[in-house]
Design a protein around this ligand. Structure first.
Ligand SMILES: [Zn+2]
Length: 333
């Protein structure tokens, strides 16, 4: 069971697909899918996923190290845990995805896309996750957590940030405490439901979930894992019920999504350079993009851009525009 990532990268099965060691019980549930249950009982169920985008290697390596340490007994396990490597063929190919971005397909939306590896994989991952959340632990606030780990394609003024799914209920204080301890530079709150993996677990299963963007994409073996030390320590503290590290960075900055820029037509033109860094600020009136004869401009005194990408397929998100909040409730401007 020890070589979760090796087996997944080689497309092989582990010799032993279930077993007990070091006070936990492990089950291999399919390629890149594994469940670990402590023998001594637990109060929380946690999912950690990485590789939903196959070329985002640092979180995949980080997760693999955590799994090794759990299986070797170096790290104690005090929660029921599922680990998910999202897109193994894309990981092997060093690509973000083979046909379509998985993180646009969750919540059953895969049914609306042409059939591909990714549509089948999202169906499978949703089924495995549903079975996991449905077992044992009652659906109550603070008993389920999901961390979906990513790295960003482009550079960022704020390199480490979390995206919180839209929720009608408040974000759980334990989750926020952990994200602050992970030394994130910013948290971005969605204002409407979306198609991401973290939205799926929050919306369908009331999990306390977050998409984490932890730095920049690099090939396997080219990551400085020391850059990921803070999130690594927080995840390990959560799994092992160990004390959380104290934040040493300035307070996390809070943003909300003000608008989603959708590419509706093929004549879509981004009016800011396509290599604009994430969290670049723009003043009111700045032209952002144009399509079908319509201009889109900054509407608030100051807005920040996230994930600008004019190359997406028509109908998909070409960027997000954010406004900053001064704490958990009040807009800055
Ligand atoms: Zn990603």
């Amino acid at each position: 069971m020890n070589f979760f990532l090796d087996n997944t990268l080689q497309g092989t099965l582990p010799e032993l697909q279930r077993g007990s060691q070091h006070n936990l019980h492990g089950r291999w549930l399919g390629e890149g899918l594994m469940e670990l249950t402590p023998n001594t009982g637990y109060r929380e169920s946690v999912i950690i996923s990485a590789g939903i985008h196959g070329n985002e290697t640092a979180p995949i390596e980080l997760l693999d190290h955590i799994v090794r340490d759990l299986l070797n007994g170096v790290l104690p396990l005090r929660v029921r845990l599922m680990v998910i490597l999202g897109n193994p063929p894309a990981m092997r190919a060093g690509k973000r995805y083979l046909t379509t971005d998985m993180n646009r397909m969750f919540g059953g939306r895969y049914k609306t896309f042409p059939s591909s590896y990714e549509t089948e994989r999202v169906r499978r991952v949703e089924a495995v996750m549903t079975a996991f959340w449905s077992a044992n632990v009652p659906m109550k606030s603070g008993s389920r957590f999901h961390y979906d780990l990513h790295t960003a394609i482009k550079g960022s003024h704020l390199p480490r940030f979390g995206l919180l799914p839209f929720q009608n209920r408040p974000y759980h204080p334990e989750l926020l405490k952990r994200l602050e301890a992970a030394e994130l530079d910013a948290l971005v709150m969605h204002q409407q439901p979306g198609s991401t993996f973290s939205n799926f677990s929050s919306e369908q299963f009331l999990a306390e979930s977050c998409t984490l963007e932890l730095g920049k994409v690099n090939p396997f073996g080219k990551n400085k894992l020391s850059d990921f030390r803070a999130i690594d320590r927080v995840l390990r503290a959560h799994l092992g019920s160990l004390p959380f590290p104290h934040r040493s960075q300035p307070p996390v900055r809070l943003f909300r999504v003000d608008r989603t820029i959708i590419k509706y037509t093929d004549d879509f033109q981004l009016s800011v350079p396509s290599d604009t860094l994430n969290f670049t600020g723009f003043e009111k009136g700045t032209l952002l993009c144009q399509q079908n004869g319509i201009e889109y401009r900054v509407e608030n005194d100051q807005e920040w851009i996230l994930f600008p990408n004019p190359g997406v397929q028509t109908g998909l998100r070409a960027g997000l525009m954010l406004t900053e909040l001064n704490r958990w409730d009040r807009p800055v401007t």
